[in-house]
Design a protein around this ligand. Structure first.
Ligand code: ADP
Ligand code: MG
Length: 231
């Protein structure tokens, strides 16, 4: 697997995605975006403007009707489903608004769940979970179930899980949307640290003060980029 070591980690050109559920909805209508390695980009826009659709396409969770996505120099449309799943599992970490933890698994088990995509790791799972949970400030919560944790702690577990395969790219869709302001700010401090340690971050948010942690804000309106605001 050949990955470019510099330049952009993600290149998207002229992405289009139309949903056919009754009247066609042009969720993305010609979006081109490049994510330089180590950059921190926020995406803002009204509800329904295509933010989540864009994240799903860049994260290889969905495929465009038209246009192209490359991740680490690999063109997604040319890959088999298995190779795409492997790329997604090893290169990209996801964080969602609703945390999406498995309720019956402990924090540590949730963190190591994505290792199923990584054949190289079959030992040291517990140690890996411990290191990551310590890093997000939850070193004393390894064996807690999600319902024994606060919202902010659950999101920290989700961030640790997103990091378990050491992805170069972290995609976060409204990660502070379900958190109070203070807890959200703490989560944003964590994203800032991740970015400072070299990870590329793309984050959807409704909140201006959250978006201002990024290097730039991409404003989406009706499935198109209206403005890219440098900060
Ligand atoms: P945002 O995240 O900015 O709120 P989305 O990307 O979720 O926007 O949605 C963009 C548009 O596409 C909306 O009109 C939404 O209703 C529609 N849409 C999103 N996902 C689907 C889907 N799976 N099926 C049908 N329509 C969808
Ligand atoms: Mg959304």
């Amino acid at each position: 697997m050949v990955a470019a070591q510099s330049g952009a980690i993600v290149e998207a050109t002229e992405l289009r995605r139309t949903y056919h559920l009754g009247e066609p909805v042009h969720a993305l209508d010609g979006v081109s975006l490049s994510l330089p390695r180590g950059s921190f980009t926020a995406v803002m826009g009204p509800s329904g403007s295509g933010k989540s659709t864009l994240m799903n396409l860049l994260g290889c969770l969905d495929t465009p009707d038209d246009g192209e996505v490359t991740v680490g120099g690999q063109t997604i449309s040319g890959l088999s489903d298995a190779k795409r799943a492997k790329l997604r599992g090893t290169e990209i970490g996801f964080v969602f608004q609703t945390f999406n933890l498995m309720p019956r698994l402990t924090a540590a088990e949730n963190v190591t769940l994505p290792l199923v995509f990584n054949d190289d790791v079959d030992v040291g799972r517990r140690e890996r979970a411990e290191t990551l949970l310590e890093r997000v400030g939850l070193g004393d919560r390894l064996d807690h179930a999600p319902n024994e944790l606060s919202g902010g702690q659950r999101q920290r577990v989700a961030i640790a899980r997103a990091l378990v395969n050491e992805p170069s790219l972290v995609l976060a869709d409204e990660p502070t949307g379900n958190l109070d302001t203070e807890t959200g700010d703490e989560i944003m401090d964590l994203f800032g640290e991740l970015n400072n340690s070299g990870r590329t971050i793309l984050m959807v948010t409704h909140e201006r003060h959250v978006a201002e942690r990024a290097d730039r804000i991409v404003h989406l309106v009706d499935g198109q980029i209206q403005e890219v605001e440098q900060l």
